[in-house]
Write a protein that binds this ligand. Sequence first.
Ligand code: FUL
Length: 467
Amino acid sequence: MDSLVERLVKVVPSERQIKWQQLEFTAFLHYGINSFYDREWGTGKEDISVFHPKNLDTDQWCEALKAAEIKACIITAKHHDGFCLWDTAYTDHSVMHTPFKRDIVAELAKSCKKYGLKFGVYLSPWDRHEESYGKGKEYDDFFCGQLTELLTNYGEIYTVWFDGACGEGKNGKKQIYDWDRYYKVVRSLQPEAVISICGPDVRWCGNEAGECRESEWSVVPASLFSQKYIQEHSQQEDSEEFRQKGLTEQTKDLGSREVVKDTEELIWYPAEVDVSIRPGWFHHDNEDDKVKSLEVLKEIYLQSVGGNSVLLLNIPPHRDGYITEQDRTRLQELGDFIRNDFKDNLMTSNVTATSTDKGTDAKNIVSHDESYWKSEDYIDGCRITVDLGQPKEIKYVVLQEQIRLSQRVESFYVEGELKNGKPKVLYRGTTIGYKRICPIEPIEVSKVHVVFEKFRKSPTLKHMAIY
Ligand code: FUL
């Protein structure tokens, strides 16, 4: 047996990674002093007395997200400018020292609970306001203090999002972050939370355009999350020279056998696609007419959620504290698309497989529970067949591997049996992972075959749906 394959399939997700992956569609909320200064990056020298939203309503934010079928949100509790949206004891540069004087993190946490959304925090390590930034342990103490507040006073936190951005440049301040210490704080206070981006649990997909790789592997070389990598990356030292030294989050192929074959250590490090509904991350009046079209958002959704990634769509509230009508309309439309296109599941329990491992059953893929189908070990060219009973028009086939047994499928195709009995290939794909949505030119078929061409070890399916 190929030892590389054995090593690869041993790499599996943690429980917290599985829970995070199951959220599928999540939201970013970029809000803060930048919303008032019409900026993307603040300097840290802003006059915070201008922070005075007229109509801040976090329930309204949650309603807008729910309309789009979003399951969780992350607030920029502190962006690079250092302005804090919560009642912190560590600095006066916070919302409590503005005329507004309301703890926005607390209000949003409460609204999320009310609307059944998971709640996460973005805390920028790069802080342009804090005087101790660049002074080593002094700043680490400050940062861990802030983290502790956020992870203690606001209920359950599903993710802590550590941004790697730093614009200090060569002659700027240099803070060597004590990442291990930060991670210990998160693990001890919120053990279920995933630590994203500059953290061990969730990987940045490598762009902010909403683009996913055709083959998005969750099993990747551990070097993508080495201390050295995170440190250099968070100092923006990932220059051309840095990139040439090895794999980065931007590398096109992170997980094929060819790429990982000489890799000593492998990790489960799934991708997150973060993209804004508008050109900027923060709200700007002059971008109100630049909200992405429904067509673009649909495409992003199908590619990311349907491409083994979690989608993190940014919706920036207006400075006055609400999500604008333009964005709400689009979120409603996107939600309607998801509800309508994935409503009538045509999957039947008439499912058979050319090969089935003992203890599993092809019928298991109909249900959403943990049961699954697995082909017998080392059988090539196996397929799953779903008999629809009579010809029906189909538009999507959705496949999900049982990722508790790792990510195994390297290539597959979907074939339909036409009314005249002839087979037709409807979709060709590479990886599946947690979820692959296969869009199909609408066509009437009486049977659907999923043919597994290449896989690391006997393929698995936990769930399948046909729409
Ligand atoms: C980047 C930041 O610099 C942007 O302002 C934004 O927060 C984005 C999500 O991450 O690194």
